[in-house]
Design a protein around this ligand. Structure first.
Ligand code: ATP
Ligand code: MG
Length: 485
């Protein structure tokens, strides 16, 4: 172990936010050792702006709780640690850990519980990459380096402590961490890691909880280097584990959305991490919509059910929280609304809570060459810049065009486009219920439907409620009209 001067490593307390100093000082005052460790130290040394600071101490979580009282919450079961609130900031305070006992690892070697307290040397040894193992004591102005981590930072090398295959087996999430750090820091992954980072190794990710994988996927999406990490996820076979139902190719839409996400982060704009899930799952969603449309399900129902199906399948890999799922489905639904709005609804639509996200999504689709947006992305873009008078004129013009396309569309109404999720501007959905039903029936009678339905290893049986719904035949002679009808 070597003790380095913090100033020689380019570190100074002036760079630290008061919150982390408060945590370190309070622990020291109570008689405990405390260091800043991990990404905060690493990023400062690289001249980057750390996203947060983590602390480590010889106090147990219960003792940390005693020091901070109501400002502290103990969290985690597999990996117990203390969350300390300092002002508006949250600092994670971990306790020095010893190697896990044999009894708490799974058959494949995965660590199931990691709450065995130990010394700083033991704590160092169970960290993942050398560059994440520098212990910085800001008040003493020293950095403890147990493995020449500083050299790896200088040579920009991502190296594991210990034997790489075993480190992946202990915690397969380290595969995602390796790719994340390599992409974010522009580091080389050491050959010893590359040697074992095989597609077989990525299978271990199946044993990781989908909740944890969702959290990790969010870190990948929001680190500001999504463009770099996406091809790596594919190359290393991690993509298949995270997004089993999404074809592993970077479409123009995905690439553009990734670039856009990175740019937003760079200029400090907020991003909703669920947005990128909406992008990734867009194609599977459209395909699922087609599946239902081909079965004759009405478009609104097809979209609703397709959304549920796609998200349910994704949940077997990464569990997207309910609020994020709702966001994704709303963004998708907005695509239909924005594509073919009723003129009198345009203003209200522009003020809708999901308008911004839906519009951004539409524009990204359009700019990446998706012609099915019919130029509506640009239309909404310029609409937002207009004065009230200009908006009125634009809506009138839009209305005229819409009626024209509707007239044209009625001439070809016998051939509805089955590949679209919703009739577009020039193929309006029949207004009346009867019209819609007739369209459904005519679709049902085509041999194409019969082939498709029988050829599919159908997860939707004939008795599925979604298919039964459209078959309800109303015999109006039997309907008893109540007083209000
Ligand atoms: P960043 O916060 O920039 O994403 P980080 O390195 O700080 O990167 P954290 O997840 O905040 O990552 O973890 C803090 C530290 O805890 C790491 O630097 C590393 O030393 C250790 N650590 C985190 N996850 C693991 C893991 N799965 N295996 C071993 N050590 C880990
Ligand atoms: Mg961190």
């Amino acid at each position: 172990m070597q003790t380095l001067r913090a100033s020689k490593c380019g570190l100074s307390t002036a760079q630290l936010p008061p919150s982390i100093l408060d945590v370190i000082d309070s622990l020291n005052k109570a008689g405990y050792e405390a260091y800043i460790v991990g990404g905060g130290v690493r990023d400062m040394m690289l001249g980057l702006n750390p996203k947060d600071f983590d602390a480590v101490t010889n106090a147990t979580p219960a003792q940390v709780k005693e020091v901070f009282g109501r400002r502290c919450r103990i969290i985690g079961r597999r990996f117990e640690l203390a969350h300390v609130y300092s002002g508006r900031e949250l600092i994670e305070v971990a306790t020095f850990r010893a190697p896990p006992k044999k009894a708490v690892t799974s058959a494949s070697g995965m660590i199931l519980r990691d709450n065995n307290w130990g010394t700083i040397e033991q704590d160092f040894a169970r960290r993942d990459f050398s560059i994440n193992t520098l212990y910085y004591q800001p008040r003493k102005g020293i950095v403890l380096d147990f493995c020449h981590a500083v050299d790896d930072i200088k040579t920009r090398t991502l190296r594991f402590l210990g034997e790489p295959a075993q480190r992946f087996e202990e915690d397969p999430v380290r595969m995602l961490r390796a790719l994340r750090f390599a992409a974010k820091l522009n580091f080389q992954i050491d050959q010893s890691i590359l040697d074992v980072f095989s597609v077989e190794m990525t299978q271990l990710l199946r044993d990781v909880s989908p909740h944890r994988l969702y959290d990790e996927s969010q870190k990948l999406f929001t680190m500001g280097h999504l463009t770099q990490v996406l091809p790596m996820l594919i190359e290393f076979g991690v993509w298949k584990q995270l997004f089993a139902e999404i074809p592993p190719n970077l479409t123009a839409f995905i690439e553009r959305a990734a670039r856009n996400t990175d740019q937003r982060i760079q200029i400090g704009k907020t991003i909703n991490p669920a947005f990128f899930y909406a992008v990734l799952l867009w194609k599977p969603f459209l395909e699922r919509c087609d599946f239902y449309l081909n079965k004759g399900v009405v478009p609104a129902e097809a979209r609703a059910q397709a959304g549920l199906d796609v998200l349910k399948r994704q949940a077997t890999r990464t569990i997207i929280p309910r609020f994020a799922e709702t966001f994704i489905r709303e963004v998708w639904e907005m695509q239909t609304r924005l594509l073919n709005p009723k003129p009198q609804q345009i203003e209200a639509l522009a003020g809708h809570a999901r308008f911004r996200a839906g519009f951004d999504f539409l524009l990204l689709r359009e700019k990446s060459g998706d012609s099915s947006t019919e130029g509506m992305g640009m239309w909404w873009e310029s609409y937002q810049e207009m004065t009230t008078d200009q908006k009125e004129i634009a809506i009138r013009q839009y209305n005229r065009q819409r009626s024209k396309s509707r007239r044209k569309a009625t001439e070809v109404v016998d051939e509805p486009k089955m590949t679209e999720i919703e009739p577009l501007v020039n193929v309006p959905e029949p207004r009346s219920r009867r019209g819609r039903k007739e369209r459904v029936r005519s679709d049902e009678s085509t041999p194409r439907f019969m082939e498709k339905a029988s050829g599919d290893s159908s997860q939707v049986g004939a008795d599925h409620p979604i298919l039964r719904r459209k078959r309800v035949k109303r015999d109006l002679s039997q309907v008893v009209f109540g007083p209000t009808q």
